[in-house]
Design a protein around this ligand. Structure first.
Ligand code: PMT
Length: 406
């Protein structure tokens, strides 16, 4: 199922750092996703941004005073689905590490059973100080998640580690805390995007793959706890945070990269649109236009999926895609058998909102004993449904494999 931030109750702690202005933008972004955000500010945070700003952006009261609203720390923490503290200062990190409860934010965190996400922001030397590092290690020991600060220009004018992480990274971490971690422990290898087969220094053969389907698979698997390696052809997408990205250009490079990672993977998903052919001979000089029409001699590229089907671990789950313009079910079944895959995901490349470059997809999941056509979904929801199917197949394969071992 697709995890979302909508209607989630987020207790958002804001500390006294210049980065508090970014927290205001984050509250606005969360409210746009219909999350229910309640902001708790430290006293020093109010020196940077007024509580009314957060109240206006979140649509809820912004709390600053432990004693203003009765047992606010208990009420606020009791209903939170997740606690997000951004920016988190060295002072608040120290307070939390020592279990102090002398302000509303630290008392609320201490009273909460919800997962906690800490986003530090401070001067590089403060961050590197053994006391801060010890306190962060203590918080990790509590099971709190730390989104590491980024390097760059700091408010104090210095360069170095200590900048508040980017919102996309923090948002992914939030979704990871809220998602069911049913893929924890899985090593997942995903290919995505097109390959490019160069003809000469100016030209190449390629296809319309944008990478969106493969990147959605990588993002959702990561959120669900998997360790993800994403082998990607040339695309215009940001890699999902926390995913090991391997960039390739040609089918031969993709084949080489896959062969390096495949054996370690418990699940392999081949969502890339791999070119079946490359130029038989690359022209080092740009092919000049002459009166005669040039003939293009092609050579076959390796069929990576078929090779995986022949050489995989018996307990490994192998999932292929099929980009079809017709005869979907028959072609999907043919590829399932021909490539020795466990699951083939068929999608229609003629639809305006399916297949290449669309933000949505409508796929048919084909296994040896089942055909299931999904409704039109976002590629992220499609990816989650593919993982739901994969995890159920993996249980069966492990049971079967386990039996074989006995
Ligand atoms: O990237 P998007 O814009 O989001 O578009 C998504 C997609 C349409 C590219 C994706 O959903 C998809 O269908 N990917 C597979 C495209 C493809 O190459 O399909 P195919 O039917 O030609 O290949 C069948 C399978 O063999 C695929 O898993 C493919 O990765 C694999 N293959 C193909 C050729 C080859 N030389 N090696 C391979 O491994």
């Amino acid at each position: 199922m697709c995890v979302s931030l909508g209607s989630r109750k987020i207790l958002f702690g804001v500390c006294g750092s210049i980065a508090a202005f970014k927290a205001a933008a984050w509250v606005h972004a969360l409210a746009k996703e219909e999350a229910q955000v309640t902001v708790v500010m430290t006293t020093s945070a109010t020196r940077f941004v007024a509580p009314l700003t957060f109240a206006s952006l979140s649509g809820n009261l912004a709390y600053t005073d432990m004693f203003a609203e009765g047992m606010a720390h208990i009420a606020l923490s009791a209903t939170a689905d997740v606690v997000l503290i951004a920016p988190a200062t060295a002072q608040t990190i120290a307070r939390l590490a020592h279990g102090m409860a002398d302000d509303l934010l630290s008392a609320s965190v201490l009273a909460s059973a919800a997962p906690v996400l800490i986003c530090p922001a401070m001067n590089s030397r403060m961050l590197a100080h053994p006391a801060t590092q010890r306190n962060l290690a203590t918080l990790r020991g509590f099971g709190y998640k730390i989104v590491e600060p980024e390097c760059g220009r700091l408010a104090c004018g210095e360069e170095g580690a200590g900048r508040l992480a980017e919102w996309d990274t923090v948002r992914e971490a939030l979704l990871g805390l809220l998602a069911n971690q049913d893929m924890a422990g899985q090593e997942v290898l995903i290919t995505a995007g097109p390959t490019r087969e160069p003809l000469d220094p100016a030209r190449f053969l390629s296809n319309r793959s944008s990478g969106k389907m493969g990147y959605a698979l990588a993002r959702t698997a990561k959120r669900r706890g998997a360790a993800v390696t994403l082998i990607s052809g040339p695309v215009a997408l940001e890699p999902p945070p926390g995913v090991h990205l391997v960039q390739v250009e040609t089918a031969l490079e993709m084949a080489e990269a896959v062969s390096r990672s495949a054996q370690a993977a418990s699940i392999v998903v081949k969502a890339a649109a791999v070119a079946d052919f490359r130029a038989a001979a690359f022209s080092a000089q740009k092919i000049k236009k002459t009166t005669a029409e040039p003939l293009l001699e092609l050579a076959a590229n390796p069929d990576i999926l078929a090779s995986l089907g022949r050489n995989r671990r018996p307990d490994q789950l192998l999932i292929g895609f099929a980009a079809e313009s017709g005869n979907h079910e028959a072609e999907g079944k043919r590829k399932l058998l021909a490539k020795k895959a466990d699951l083939i995901v068929v999608n229609d490349i003629l639809g305006s909102n399916t297949g290449f470059d669309a933000d949505t997809n409508q796929v048919t999941l084909i296994t040896l004993d089942n055909v299931e056509t999904l409704e039109l979904l976002s590629k992220e929801e499609t990816a989650n449904r593919i993982w739901d199917k994969a995890m159920s197949l993996l249980v069966g394969k492990r049971r079967q494999h386990g039996t074989e071992q006995v």
